[in-house]
Design a binder for this molecule. Sequence first.
Ligand SMILES: Nc1ncnc2c1ncn2[C@@H]1O[C@H](COP(=O)(O)OP(=O)(O)OP(=O)(O)O)[C@@H](O)[C@H]1O
Length: 251
Amino acid sequence: MNIVEVKNLYTSFDTKVIHNNISFNIKKNEIFGILGGSGSGKTVLIKQIVMLQKIQKGEIIFLNENLSNLTLKKEENLKLQFSYLFQFGALYSFLNVIENVKVILKEYTKLPKDLITKIALTNLNMAGLDSSSAYLYPSQLSGGMKKKVALARAIANQPKILFLDEPTSGLDPSSTIEFNHLIKKLRNTLDLTIIIITHDLDTIKSTLDRFIILKDAKIHFNGTLNQALKSEDKITRSFLTFKKDSYANKN
Ligand SMILES: Nc1ncnc2c1ncn2[C@@H]1O[C@H](COP(=O)(O)OP(=O)(O)OP(=O)(O)O)[C@@H](O)[C@H]1O
């Protein structure tokens, strides 16, 4: 089953074409990667799928709904089905960890306070944090812990789909590996479909089921890691190596 179908999507700003009739699908339960150099249109693409940016030409079918002709009610309904973790997914600095998670539960549910606290703690545990971190403030957390709190918040409203924009940026290699494990675990335990914008080699190699590479406003590659590893195309391969001057790392 397809969760997202992008059909002949065309996007331009002024005279610059960002997506030139691109088409691809994202399947249920996939961990799907969107790769591409800086400015290749990855964030715009995700923003169009999550209805934060207008579709200019072409179609996006999201959970069987055509985003170009949604009623307000359908749009509201769709928005309940996913979470979007922004690139610098900031926490509220004036709220402690558990309050940061509770914000979402208070907004989306009418559950009693003690149950909200229990659910928030469960979400924190699922995101790899134990209850001893629950009453710390963001300024007292490491970068990796902040990402986990943001992830706990993103899963609090029980989404079916999670969009992550460069979730491991700024993390050291071991925190990156830990975060990638967590993403896979969450996909399995919560039956999620996860869509990730990433440049991270560990994420590409260990976490993604399939990915696309955007280049020159087109889909340059669409396939699995194994298919990419067999490819002789230089650009595709540059996303699989750490070479300092590679296309993927020019950012
Ligand atoms: N609302 C907008 N108006 C005009 N131009 C825009 C708008 N949004 C994005 N762009 C331009 O579209 C291009 C693609 O932007 P986008 O943010 O999708 O790139 P990206 O692939 O996510 O890059 P990065 O990896 O650097 O985050 C960029 O040239 C950007 O300046």
